[in-house]
Design a protein around this ligand. Sequence first.
Ligand SMILES: CC(C)(COP(=O)(O)OP(=O)(O)OC[C@H]1O[C@@H](n2cnc3c(N)ncnc32)[C@H](O)[C@@H]1OP(=O)(O)O)[C@@H](O)C(=O)NCCC(=O)NCCS
Length: 489
Amino acid sequence: MGQPSSNDSLTVRDNRTGKSYTIPIVNNTVQATAFKAIKAARQQGEREENETEKGLRIADKGFLNTAVITSEITYIDGDAGVLRYRGYPIEQLAVHSNFLETSYLLIYGSLPTRSQSKLFEHEVMQHSIAHHDAESLLRAFRYDSHPMSILTSAFAGLGSMYSEANPSLQGQTLYTKGDAACLANMDKQIYRLIGKATTLAAMAYRVRQGRKFVTPPAGLSYTGSFLYQMDHLGEEEYKPSPVLEKALDVLFLLHADHELNASCTTVLQTGSSLVDPYSAIAAGCASLYGPLHGGANEAVIRMLISIGSPDNVPAFVEQVKRREKVLSGFGHRVYKTSDPRSFIVRKTADEVFKVTGKDELLETAMRLHEVAMKDEYFIKRKLAPNVDFCSGLIYRSMGFPLDFFPVLFAVPRVVGWLAHWRQMMLQPGGVKIWRPRQVYVGPSVRDYVPVDERGQDEASSKNTAPTPVVHMGQSKRTMLASFKGKSKL
Ligand SMILES: CC(C)(COP(=O)(O)OP(=O)(O)OC[C@H]1O[C@@H](n2cnc3c(N)ncnc32)[C@H](O)[C@@H]1OP(=O)(O)O)[C@@H](O)C(=O)NCCC(=O)NCCS
């Protein structure tokens, strides 16, 4: 880190007042709150909502350059294509470590000794069995529910089963005290959430298949147990394929954390109100569900299916350039070169395809990759394949349904979310609730207008009035029916 020298500062001159301000730079960062001291008088005609006298605000739509936490967990250099967990390059971990060992590393900060590893694995696997009541919760879903909707609800529902884990019931310092009891309580929720992530995901899978739930087996690895819970139909000594078990383990390791992406930020934002970790993880799950984040691997396959054949790739790319389509699996907020995980995913794909056979969409994907990487549009914008470009093809060749792909992302990401949540709960100085600011550009103060005096103009402009909708279940019969003597038409 190093001590800041006297030159480690930023001098800002406010041309409105002629005043200069010196703001310290620590770790190449300035505090946004320092800018609050930069105040000026409201100018003639200036809106009071600008709050000019209260100090300068920093605007950053989409968090393009705002650091919201100090972290020791994951480092990404997006220009160089570098990803490290607690300092260890992802390439080394993918070859030498496994998912649970890497989970320990992410959460507790160092690689475990043999006995620490044994304890952690034992606790996680021991806590994989879900509360019996979770079964009825999961059974309440329709057979065609998206599994991410099920998983999100299941995590939130799980929170209702552990009153001792709820700061609303046990006191708000439950996770922030940092004493032995606090750490032990936190660890228990961590074991439960990682252990049950595969169980809930497998249950979401089986609900849709109309299958009975399977109790997590003893003696299998984390991903082996997951495959067993999804696929076992009563065969004696059922053992998942070791190739698929290993491939899933590598993919889980690669997906375990990626610092402050949308879902992790959501977990921290939600957790900053000191809500229980189950609710915070459910919020993260909801954020990950979106097609710009964890839904991208599903979107890649839908895109490849819609392209149809490698011959249609150039026409598709032209549509992307005209902004009629999005090239899913390309581009990243942080990486401006190939995502380092994408190389490991491609190697893993080769191993999987050896046993499953090549996916029929592979050729289209390879052609798309080739065309996009040579095209000026993508080169200029530094758009390269991200981890989702290939992972979907592996999941498809393993036979997972398309809408299950985001679940395969969410399950391992529970680890990253928990690592960041734990770090925030224990950070020096306590937790500060995340409450960003806005730039208010709406109407200034105005008086209420009685309904008969309101003009049409206000209510009828684009997107400022509700749209009438066709009601579900509306039919010719219901339209011709009458209610209290009045026709519905
Ligand atoms: C990941 C993503 C949301 C990052 O968004 P972002 O950091 O806000 O980047 P922007 O949307 O500002 O993109 C910068 C430029 O590249 C273009 N762009 C970004 N991703 C693109 C894509 N996948 N296809 C086509 N154009 C893309 C944008 O249109 C924009 O062009 P412009 O400057 O001419 O307006 C975005 O790249 C994307 O939507 N990718 C596809 C979804 C995906 O694979 N997500 C998984 C991420 S792991």
